[in-house]
Structures are given as structure tokens and as C-alpha cells.
Write a protein that binds this ligand. Structure first.
Ligand code: CP
Ligand code: NVA
Length: 311
């Protein structure tokens, strides 16, 4: 396995199945340390820049607590307060932050911004969500599926809803890398990009299968997880009415959960009850969304430990 030291996590496409396996194993280890009160102080003397152009609860809280509880100094830099996006270029901001911080997190609109930060800062950059990808979410999703069902290879998963958003893209990549059978069920107009599907089919490190269908009636009966996300992602608010109409048949409800009787329900959160799923489903006994949210912290901690060479 290539060293993870100084690597940036911009998309899981850049990580091999062995590297993802390593990060998941480390995540299980740091979760068990956390739950037994062990705080080894591995980030002591280190600093983390957290850049946010978009809102966040889980991602911000996960980075900030994971880094801070082990002695590191996280600094929250919202786009409302810094020069980036107003008076300063990404390149200049990246060069300056790279001189002051050991590691950078970025959440925002363009994938190109996080790529430029990685290119110019000289320190590891972690993508905390862009319009295109949400790789740290997908790591937490894999960890949660693993906790719920034991093994990823050959497991059937379903994502239903907006098939071309950041969460769907990263989940597809994660599933393909880990040898899962992943079904994306979405309206034809919200299908994942053909180019990404083709890449996942052709790459030798992607052994899973990805299928896409627009039929919400056909849920694989052996699915171990049924996953959905909001119908309107951040930055697309003007599409709310159109999406509500288009995606109504794709709502995850009790009847749909019955089609795959042993599946757990997953959602990256935040969730809109009555839209992408009913309250009965997200608050029901097959929901694992709170474990999934907690696992953001453990997976993010493991990425920071690995890329800083502290694991
Ligand atoms: N799942 C997720 O990224 O949540 P936040 O938007 O609250 O960070
Ligand atoms: N697809 C959602 C995910 C939020 C965590 C969004 O981009 O708003």
C-alpha cells in the first residue's frame, strides 16, 4: 500500500481499496478508543484550518472535536469572514494557510477549489463536501454498513433519490472500490453522469457493480442498506418545488423498507421528514442514521491521523 502521509482526500477515486480498508480499520480502532475514554493526544502541537463556504453541523463538529480532543488546534474559517472568495485567490490563500497549518479541510461549491487548495498549500487537504463529492461521508457510510452487516464485499446497497448529487457520487465510488453491488434508483433526469459510471466500470480497482434504474418499485430484496439524501442540495434551493414533484415516487417509506426486510436505513443528514423519507422510517428501529452521524467523527479522525503520519 502507498503511504497515506501527506496525501489529500479530494475524492475516493484517488484511494485504492487497500487504502480505504486501512482507513476503515483505523476508524474502528479510534471509535473503540473514543468510547472507552482513551484520548492519546496524537494531534498535540498541530493545527487544522477548516474552511466553510456552505453550512455544516456534522462535518464541522466531527473535524473540530476529533482534532481538538487529541490536543490539536482547529480554526474555523467561514467564507463570510476571510478574504478567499472576496479579495484573494484560492492559490494565494492556499500558500498562506500551508505556511501556518498542518492540514486543511474545505467545504464549498467547486471541486476545483479543493483541488487548487491541495495543489498550492503543500499540506494535506480533506474535502468536507463539494457540489461533486462528499468522500468523508462515504467513509462513514461504509463504516456504518460494516457495523450493521459485517462485510462489504458482495453486499447489496441501494441509494434512492437524487442520483447525481455529491453523496450519491461518493457512495457509488466507495461501493465500487469495496466490491459491493450498488443500485442507484432515481428519475432519468437525475441519473449519475455517464462518464463517472464508465470510469467505475472500467477501472481495475473497482470490482463492485453499479446499476442504475428509474423504477422505485424494484428494490433488490437482498439489500443490506437503503440510503437516501435530501432532494435539494445546498446551492440548489430554487429547484425545491420541481424536485418535490419529481422525487415523490422515490420517497423511502415503510412499504419500500418491506421490500428488503433485512436492510438498515441510512441518510447522511440533515433530513427532511415527509420528503425523501417518512418520519416512521428515519425514526424507526431499522434506522442507523445516528451511528452514521457519529461515525463521521471517527472516520475523519482516521483520515487526519493517516495523512499526518500519526497513526
Ligand atoms: N452529512 C453532513 O455532511 O452533514 P453536515 O452538512 O451537517 O456537515
Ligand atoms: N447532498 C447534500 C448533502 C448534505 C450533507 C447537500 O449537498 O446539501
Amino acid at each position: 500500500m502507498k503511504s497515506l502521509l501527506n496525501r489529500s482526500l479530494l475524492t475516493l477515486l484517488d484511494f485504492s481499496p487497500e487504502e480505504i480498508r486501512y482507513l476503515l480499520d483505523l476508524s474502528h480502532q479510534v471509535k473503540s478508543e473514543y468510547t472507552t475514554g482513551v484520548r492519546p493526544g496524537r494531534f498535540r502541537g498541530r493545527s487544522l484550518a477548516m474552511l466553510f463556504e456552505k453550512r455544516s453541523t456534522r462535518t464541522r463538529a466531527a473535524f473540530e472535536t476529533a482534532f481538538g480532543e487529541e490536543g490539536g488546534h482547529p480554526v474555523f474559517l467561514s467564507s463570510a469572514d476571510i478574504q478567499l472568495g472576496a479579495k484573494e485567490t484560492v492559490e494565494d490563500t492556499a500558500r498562506v494557510l500551508g505556511r501556518m497549518f498542518d492540514i486543511i479541510e474545505f467545504r464549498g461549491f467547486h471541486q476545483q477549489t479543493v483541488e487548487s487548495l491541495a495543489r498550492w498549500s503543500g499540506v494535506p487537504v480533506i474535502n468536507g463536501l463539494t457540489d461533486r463529492y462528499h468522500p468523508t461521508q462515504a467513509l462513514a457510510d461504509l463504516m456504518t454498513i460494516e457495523e450493521a452487516v459485517g462485510t462489504l464485499r458482495g453486499a447489496a446497497s441501494v441509494y434512492i433519490g437524487d442520483g447525481r448529487n455529491n453523496v450519491s457520487n461518493s457512495l457509488m465510488i466507495a461501493a465500487a472500490k469495496m466490491g459491493m453491488n450498488h443500485a442507484v434508483i432515481c428519475p432519468a433526469s437525475l441519473r449519475p453522469e455517464d462518464e463517472l459510471l464508465r470510469e467505475l466500470q472500467e477501472r481495475s480497482d473497482c470490482t463492485g457493480t453499479i446499476t442504475v434504474s428509474d423504477d422505485p418499485q424494484v428494490i433488490p430484496t437482498d439489500a443490506v442498506a437503503i440510503y437516501t439524501d435530501v432532494w435539494v442540495s445546498m446551492g440548489e434551493e430554487e429547484k425545491a418545488a420541481e424536485r418535490k414533484k419529481l422525487l415523490q415516487p422515490y420517497q423511502v417509506n415503510t412499504e419500500m423498507m418491506h421490500r428488503a426486510d433485512s436492510a438498515v436505513f441510512l441518510h447522511c443528514l440533515p433530513a427532511v421528514r415527509g420528503n425523501e423519507m417518512t418520519a416512521e422510517v428515519i425514526d424507526g428501529e431499522r434506522s442507523r442514521v445516528w451511528d452514521q452521524a457519529e461515525n463521521r467523527k471517527h472516520t475523519i479522525k482516521s483520515v487526519m491521523l493517516a495523512t499526518l503520519g500519526l497513526a
